[in-house]
Design a protein around this ligand. Structure first.
Ligand code: 9MR
Length: 400
């Protein structure tokens, strides 16, 4: 992987330790990090600070995060929030729109597109020389498609109309962003984790089934964005209870190869879940089956992308230090396994700070304590998880 000028400068800046200031951003033990106490929105970083992106770039990888739309002044994980924007610029070399490329965001109706939010995010990313991954061109579940799509009248020739709609959607998005987007989650979460079957949507029913629909999304993306890495993205993970999900994903991937569908990589979302305080024990217990899964995927010629890393702190005490320590150890164990696969070049966190993480709303802790799923806490101070990512990157073999 090419190390960009931006990475090179960041690395030099990171390595130029002047010794007059303690590097506390990115140091887990810091209680008063500059990120927390400093002027939010400032671009300054303490000397000695080496960003996650710089550590990744040194190994031929990239580190990044999702970011979101937000009105100026809104307290969100947005580029318009100076504190969050500062964190993205400081740590990341890759961004992903959390929601703003989804059909629900850009397709208010069957004949209209609304790119205002995503365009603004792209403009900010461009202005900061930050590449963006596309997420996603088709979230293949009825509950994540726009309401109008599930109620749509596909007319007398439903297959033809469904095809037209999907091709128009994928082509319009890909052509709009051209070579500015070089990796797409073309299809997201098509596999039902309960039994490994493929979901149906109104679109796929009209088009003749989930496989032809998913295949068409990839084939269209290949034509509309021939330069881009095309990814199937899903949340099958290594924790217990994921066997059917993994089997369903393998079946889908095998089908891609049999049918000659242009899919380059599996997006391993990596919404991982701690299994109690003994992280090393959990890693030992989970690693074997997980490696068998990854080995099967990579043997079929798919690359791997870590697309949505965060940690659900389950089975852990409320105590923040104990929890953060266990989350960090689990993250490190997981990343060590993942980074052992040379095709993993991109690691994307699903948010940089606990403050804006989706997990709090999705599954709050039973004890009422706030979730701590991200590398920085809700006051923008680095957590042990941030150091775990840094040390995993430092220990990873360099990519060629
Ligand atoms: O984090 C996202 C949250 O803000 C949205 O409400 C939700 C529905 O659009 O999607 C979340 O992101 C999901 C991602 O798009 C796909 N993988 C699972 C993520 C977490 O639910």
């Amino acid at each position: 992987m090419e190390i960009t000028r931006r990475d090179g400068l960041a690395m030099l800046a990171g390595l130029a330790v002047t010794g007059c200031q303690t590097a506390n951003v990115g140091t887990a033990t810091a209680t008063t990090s500059t990120a927390a106490a400093g002027p939010l929105g400032s671009r300054s970083t303490p000397s000695g600070f080496v960003s996650l992106q710089s550590l990744a770039a040194a190994k031929g990888m990239r580190f990044g995060s999702c970011f979101a739309w937000g009105e100026p002044g809104a307290d969100r994980g947005s580029f318009a929030n100076p504190a969050y924007a500062d964190l993205l610029r400081r740590e990341c070399g890759l961004l992903v729109g959390e929601n703003e490329m989804k059909w629900q965001s850009i397709r208010p109706g069957p004949t209209s597109f609304d790119f205002r939010r995503f365009d603004a995010m792209m403009a900010w990313a461009d202005a900061n020389a930050l590449p963006v991954r596309g997420h996603n061109l088709l979230w293949h579940q009825p509950k994540w498609m726009p309401r109008w799509e599930e109620a749509y009248d596909f007319g007398a020739r439903p297959a033809r109309e469904a095809e037209r709609l999907l091709v128009e959607h994928v082509t319009t998005v890909c052509q709009r962003y051209g070579t500015r987007i070089r990796s797409y989650d073309v299809v997201n979460e098509a596999v039902n984790p309960a039994d490994g079957s493929l979901y149906q949507t109104a679109l796929s029913r009209a088009l003749g089934g989930p496989e032809p629909t998913i295949d068409l999304a990839f084939r269209t993306a290949k034509v509309a964005a021939p330069h881009a890495q095309l990814v199937y993205n899903d949340y099958m993970s290594w924790e217990p209870g994921n066997a059917n999900h993994r089997a369903g994903v393998l079946k889908l991937l095998e089908g891609f190869r049999t049918r000659g569908v242009p899919v380059d990589a599996l997006g391993v979302q990596s919404h991982i879940v701690t299994q109690g305080v003994d992280a090393q024990g959990a890693v030992r217990a989970l690693e074997g089956d997980w490696r068998r899964f990854l080995d099967t995927v990579t043997a079929m010629g798919f690359a791997l992308v870590i697309t949505e890393l965060d940690v659900r702190d389950n089975g852990l005490p409320g105590d923040v230090v104990a929890r953060d320590t266990a989350v960090a150890a689990y993250t490190r164990g997981y990343l060590d396994v993942m980074l052992d696969y040379p095709s993993v070049r991109d690691i994307v966190a699903w948010g940089m700070t606990d403050r804006y993480s989706w997990i709090e709303g999705f599954e709050p802790r039973a004890d009422g304590a706030r979730r701590r799923p991200c590398p920085y806490d809700d006051r923008f101070a680095a957590k042990p998880m941030r150091d775990a990512i840094a040390s995993a990157l430092s220990a990873a073999p360099a990519r060629r």
